[in-house]
Design a protein around this ligand. Structure first.
Ligand SMILES: [Cu+2]
Length: 275
């Protein structure tokens, strides 16, 4: 083949390559693998027994509310069973148009990640077991102060009865997020009614913002758990959060790389709950 021939063929090859990569992006708006390329913020489990109709959940939690740009990771914990994570309602013409994991293999534990950049509610289901529909509600509401930008999955007001769990993303503006250097946050939540401290705890992330989910219900005990992944991801605070009040929340960075910060990095705001 002469140089002239190669030059003639080259544009055709390039056109084909571009066409193929576009197709791939369209077919898989998300990523599947054992080691995600981005650190996910939040885990939703495909529960053991999800393939059985009598299992009360296919995905857990079945309903989440997150701020924009949250990376959700679905983990197939139902050993031996393939599943999918497919946007839309079963049988809908637009199913899979927002995201579609394709078949997640039964072995080993596989995950599918998707970044929610658009506000709104997305319903989703499993093509293989289409009897449970789950949802992700995405909000671009935030509190913005001098030191922090705090994304509020709740929207401006938290409706506890319709949305018992909401994720906040606590992101410092003056500390670089290099995904490595440990940052220790203190989060204090007061009870709006009597202004007593409901919760105050330290959380350390590896150079990341702090995704913290408020979970309402199950008794008066306030407790926390997390993170969702071995070293990264959301923490959760469970308490008897109530409708018709306002929860003053204070966040502060107490240390970076194990050293106390020289100047206070703080923010305070109130999270209103609907009546
Ligand atoms: Cu399934």
């Amino acid at each position: 083949m002469t140089t002239k021939h190669i030059l003639l063929i080259l544009p055709i090859v390039l056109a084909l390559t571009i066409h193929i990569s576009n197709t791939e992006i369209f077919a898989q708006t998300g990523s599947m693998g054992n080691v995600p390329e981005v650190n996910p913020d939040y885990a939703v489990n495909i529960v053991p027994g999800a393939s059985l109709k009598e299992t009360p959940f296919h995905y857990y939690p079945p309903k989440i509310a997150i701020p924009t740009d949250t990376v959700v990771s679905w983990l197939n914990l139902d050993v031996g069973q393939p599943h999918t994570v497919t946007s839309g309602l079963p049988g809908a013409a637009d199913k899979g148009s927002v995201f579609n994991s394709g078949v997640m293999p039964a072995f080993p534990v596989r995950s599918f990640e998707f970044t929610f950049s658009q506000p709104g509610e997305v319903l989703y289901h499993c093509i293989i077991h289409p009897w449970r529909v789950a949802s992700v509600s995405v909000s671009d509401a935030s509190f913005s102060g001098a030191s922090f930008e705090i994304g509020l999955g709740s929207g401006a007001t938290w409706n506890i009865s319709s949305t018992p769990r909401v994720l906040m993303d606590i992101s410092p503006k003056t500390v670089p997020l290099d995904k490595v250097t440990p940052i220790t946050y203190n989060v204090t939540i007061n009870d709006g009614g009597n202004n007593q401290t409901l919760f105050s705890e330290l959380f350390t992330t590896g150079g990341e913002s702090l995704p913290l989910e408020l979970v309402s219900g199950m008794g008066n005990e306030t407790s926390s758990y997390g993170p969702d992944f071995s070293t990264t991801g959301a923490y959760h605070v469970q308490s008897d959060f109530k409708q018709g009040t306002s929860y003053p929340i204070s966040v502060e960075i107490v240390s970076v790389d194990g050293k106390p910060v020289e100047f206070p990095i703080r923010a305070s705001f109130s999270l209103k709950t609907s009546s």
